[in-house]
Structures are given as structure tokens and as C-alpha cells.
Design a protein around this ligand. Structure first.
Ligand code: ZN
Ligand code: ZN
Length: 114
């Protein structure tokens, strides 16, 4: 099984950065001016978008290399620095105890993008 290049865990429910970004962006656009939200989010995650591994996204079939846990962890770190007031809601909305209950956040993400 392909593994995440960041945490080296097996990627069991691959959802790529592009697909996850749609959920995050929809949420962030309620808080920031839409263009600004998208630009900042894209700036933060461009390196993750560029990673191409052996795993393919279950939604769009793009090759990807970073698991959703690591992607969301990255977003959370960024928010903690840039918009700490958004962190509690982000944690609640995207279910951040993912390594504990891996099913829950994926359901939330998939529900958010489909
Ligand atoms: Zn990972
Ligand atoms: Zn995708």
C-alpha cells in the first residue's frame, strides 16, 4: 500500500489536496473575503499540491502523496499562526482527532465536497 510521504502511514482513504481544498475553501470563504481566502490557502498548500505519489485520489483520480491527516495538520498549523480565532471551529468542523477516529473526518470531508 502506498504511504504518505510526510507521516509514512498507509493512505487508506486517499483524498487529494485539491479535493480537500474545496471543503476548506468553502469554510474559509465564510470568514475571509473569498479571493483572499483562496489565495492564502493556495499559497499555504502549493507544496502539497505539487507532490505526486503512487496513490490516487478516491474522488478525482489525481496522483497524490500526502495523506489527509497531514494536509489538515498543515492547515491547522497555518491557521494557528495566521488566524488563531478560527482554530476551534476548524478542529470541530474537520474533526481533528483523526489519528484517533479516522473515519469521522473523512466522512465530513467527503460530505463537504460531494
Ligand atoms: Zn501523512
Ligand atoms: Zn482529488
Amino acid at each position: 500500500m502506498p504511504a504518505c510521504i510526510v507521516c509514512e502511514d498507509t493512505i487508506t482513504q486517499p483524498l487529494c489536496a485539491v479535493c480537500m481544498e474545496q471543503s476548506i475553501a468553502a469554510w474559509l470563504q465564510e470568514k475571509l473575503p473569498p479571493e483572499e481566502a483562496l489565495a492564502q490557502l493556495r499559497d499555504e498548500t502549493v507544496a502539497i499540491h505539487d507532490e505526486r505519489g503512487l496513490t490516487t485520489c478516491i474522488r478525482c483520480n489525481q496522483h497524490m502523496a500526502v495523506c489527509s491527516y497531514c494536509y489538515l495538520d498543515h492547515i491547522k498549523r497555518w491557521l494557528t499562526q495566521a488566524f488563531p480565532e478560527f482554530v476551534p471551529e476548524f478542529t470541530m468542523f474537520f474533526g481533528f482527532d483523526m489519528h484517533v477516529e479516522p473515519e469521522l473526518p473523512m466522512r465530513g470531508l467527503i460530505a463537504g465536497v460531494v
